[in-house]
Design a protein around this ligand. Structure first.
Ligand SMILES: CC(C)(COP(=O)(O)OP(=O)(O)OC[C@H]1O[C@@H](n2cnc3c(N)ncnc32)[C@H](O)[C@@H]1OP(=O)(O)O)[C@@H](O)C(=O)NCCC(=O)NCCS
Length: 186
């Protein structure tokens, strides 16, 4: 029976295909960026990350049919890593695509030798904070008036010992749950 006709799996979202972002993807990424952030990066920022920053690793996610619906970026500097951005097109949120992208970036960090990972999020962005907390991040500090558009505070979130058994086990349990809730291969 084809997977999409199987009543046990028909209501599950299809997994994204995640690949490395290229310069040709920036136009599609910018459309999601504009729908996701009040202060947006210019296309040149993505281009420079892709072309000039050897510590930067950017990804895009496509749904079947080929549309780019998500992206994310991370810097890995020896044992440290930093999520610089992550976004899902508003029409595709709440279907685990943000989670898939985060998992891809966590693997990138771990494979490149990072032991800890950090990021900033708006204090009001509880959706993003919930996603990160699910993957073991905790709030470690607040940066006052970090966002210049509205003076909002940033929370700094952090997860450590990524290469330790405890974190790897947590990640594989969450990944299994993620795979069970979706259709197809990653
Ligand atoms: C943050 C973002 C990437 C999450 O992506 P998503 O695909 O919508 O989220 P997922 O479906 O993968 O959900 C994963 C987890 O996120 C949290 N989450 C997602 N939607 C949520 C909601 N509406 N309310 C509360 N928590 C939510 C939950 O912890 C969820 O896990 P759970 O369902 O097991 O509780 C997406 O909302 C987005 O693009 N937001 C705008 C850009 C942004 O804020 N980026 C983060 C900058 S720090």
């Amino acid at each position: 029976m084809k997977a999409d006709l199987d009543p046990r799996t028909a209501d599950r979202p299809e997994r994204m295909t995640i690949s490395r972002m290229t310069l040709a993807d920036i136009r599609a990424v910018m459309r999601i960026e504009a729908l996701s952030f009040s202060t947006t990066w210019p296309p040149s920022a993505f281009a420079s990350e892709l072309s000039d920053n050897r510590l930067a690793h950017y990804f895009i996610g496509r749904v079947p049919g080929g549309d780019i619906i998500a992206y994310g970026g991370i810097w890995v500097i020896l044992e440290d890593s930093h999520i610089t951005t992550i976004a899902v097109h508003p029409d595709w949120r709440g279907k685990r695509y943000g989670e898939e992208m985060l998992v891809r970036m966590l693997h990138e960090a771990i494979e490149r030798g990072a032991s800890w990972i950090t990021l900033e999020a708006r204090e009001s962005n509880t959706v993003a904070q919930n996603l990160y907390k699910k993957y073991g991040f905790t709030i470690v500090s607040t940066r006052r008036a970090y966002y210049s558009d509205n003076g909002e505070n940033a929370v700094v979130m952090w997860a450590g010992n990524l290469r330790g058994e405890l974190y790897r086990n947590r990640l594989s349990v969450l990944e299994r749950e993620l795979a069970t809730g979706m259709r197809g291969d990653p």
